[in-house]
Design a protein around this ligand. Structure first.
Ligand SMILES: [Mg+2]
Length: 286
């Protein structure tokens, strides 16, 4: 009997908004894709630049849409930020403009949330942002606190168009103080590497699937991961001409990617590249 070669170890990092769902609507085929990964014991993490929700909140949202998930499946930019800060300054303090996901992650990593003389001002997504907080943060920053953003996305998609993202809120603090925030979320390699570490795999055995060139695909490319752009979110094929880097594979949806993988017994895509996808070109320096 012929023996099949052992499949190379590999894993998936999967962006959520625009890949699994839009607003509160599941993107068809996303649930079946995740089921296959589970069935085949291929490791994966959901990777989000939304710092507002805790892992438990994310699991609840996914399960409402029919995607089975556990807290350990979720990796957020709030977690990446808190772990980074805990390494930079163990037992440090932060003034936080943000919500549950960020506050929980900071506490779990030994940080105290304070409103006087913090080591860091940390800004995340949320609806609690107001001018009183901005004013307090500006004073702390001018007294030497460091400015950290969970991510620098200028806007976020919603069912009714876009809303200002964490980057837009941070811009107000940057403008007032002349400081530049350090953003930890995608595309920062700090978050991308931390996500690969979660899978226990080196970047060249990880596949980043996302709908946004500036975060998912840039971050994956910079770290040497394999990248898949799906066209179910903000980016369309025609937009690619604007970028100096390109994704390794372009798929209409997670459903189409599943069909491609299915035809190759879910081996790593780079081992089984079917003809229509065999379009790798050297990447330009970025
Ligand atoms: Mg997205």
């Amino acid at each position: 009997m012929a023996t099949r070669p052992a499949p190379m170890r590999h894993g998936y990092l999967i962006d959520m908004d625009g890949v699994l769902y839009r607003g509160s609507d599941l993107i068809p085929g996303a649930d079946a894709f995740i089921q296959q990964l589970r069935k085949r014991r291929i490791p994966f993490r959901f990777l989000t630049n939304n710092s507002q929700r805790t892992r438990r909140d994310v699991v609840a949202k996914l399960s409402r849409m029919g995607i089975e998930a556990e807290e350990d499946d979720v990796f957020t930019c709030a977690m990446a930020t808190a772990r980074f800060l805990a390494r930079q300054k163990p037992g440090g303090t932060a003034y936080v403009i943000g919500e549950g996901g960020l506050l929980t992650a900071l506490h779990q990593n030994g940080f105290a949330v304070v409103d006087h003389d913090p080591d860091y001002v940390v800004v995340g997504e949320g609806r609690t942002f107001n001018l009183e907080m901005v004013e307090a943060a500006v004073r702390m920053l001018t007294k030497g606190a460091k400015l950290i953003a969970t991510n620098l996305d200028p806007s976020c998609p919603t069912q009714n168009g876009i809303r200002p993202g964490c980057g837009a809120m941070v811009a107000m603090l940057e403008s007032a103080t002349g400081l530049k925030a350090f953003g930890i979320g995608k595309p920062n390699p700090i978050m991308m590497q931390a996500a690969c570490d979660e899978l226990g795999l080196p970047p060249d055995q990880c596949v980043m699937i996302g709908d946004t060139m500036e975060t998912d695909i840039l971050g994956g490319t910079q770290l040497g991961m394999h990248t898949v752009l799906v066209l179910t979110g903000g980016t369309q094929s025609a937009d690619l001409a604007r970028f100096a880097y390109r994704p390794e594979y372009i798929m209409e949806s997670l459903g189409e990617f599943a069909r491609t993988l299915n035809a190759n017994d879910w081996l790593p895509p780079w081992r089984t590249v079917p003809a229509p996808l065999k379009r790798r070109r050297p990447l330009q320096a970025i």
